[in-house]
Design a protein around this ligand. Structure first.
Ligand code: PAN
Ligand code: ZN
Length: 184
């Protein structure tokens, strides 16, 4: 597909080849308050985020995807993506924010950085950094990601160790705290 189109009002791609839906029940183990997550799953098992992707898996190609991360919290921790390293660690990525307010949390070894994102912001995720996005607003947070076709997604490392920081609401604002479950 040589040409595609973004509907900026909806933050949707006109065409995509893959759609991934992550519900609360797909996020077991990722939030600090696992009891709050189980209650949420029992009640309505809401969708946390959706990814609409146009992948091209060969070296030298580019893939791209729009992620729509819904607003909400598990306990006081904001809705977020699973987060990953690229399987090929030396592959970078560009994030371009389209809608809402988000945070991009990045981690390399024991070093952590976070950046706020709102419509129009371009964030460069350098090679070797794990990345997770978080919706810190009260509407959908959406962004376009562009990454090397052969980057791959390593979810296992983050699923096992988590990130060193968590993002929670305190007095109506986001705050970044040490993750009590972080395993160095
Ligand atoms: C993004 C992410 C997307 C969903 O396209 O894959 O936001 O997050 P998880 O993959 O962590 O569930 C990206 O970073 N691609 O490389
Ligand atoms: Zn990525």
């Amino acid at each position: 597909m040589l040409k595609n189109r973004i509907d900026f009002a909806e933050a949707k791609l006109e065409k995509y080849a893959d759609k991934v839906v992550r519900k609360a029940s797909n996020m077991r183990g990722f939030y600090i308050d696992s009891e709050a997550l189980e209650r949420m799953i029992e009640q309505e098992d809401p969708i946390i985020y959706e990814v609409y992707a146009v992948p091209h898996e060969n070296e030298g190609e580019l893939s791209y995807a729009i992620t729509v991360l819904h607003p909400g919290k598990v306990g006081n921790e904001y809705f977020m993506t699973k987060g990953h390293y690229h399987s090929k660690r030396d592959r970078a990525e560009l994030y371009i924010a389209l809608k809402g307010r988000g945070l991009l949390l990045m981690q390399r070894d024991n070093e952590v950085q976070w950046v706020e994102m709102e419509k129009g912001d371009i964030i460069y995720v350098p090679p070797y950094w794990a990345h997770r996005s978080i919706n810190i607003g009260d509407e959908d947070f959406a962004f376009l990601a562009i990454y090397p076709g052969d980057a791959g997604h390593d979810y296992g490392t983050i699923a096992k160790k988590g990130f060193a920081k968590i993002v929670v609401e305190e007095n109506g604002k986001y705050t970044v705290l040490d993750n009590p479950k972080w395993k160095e």
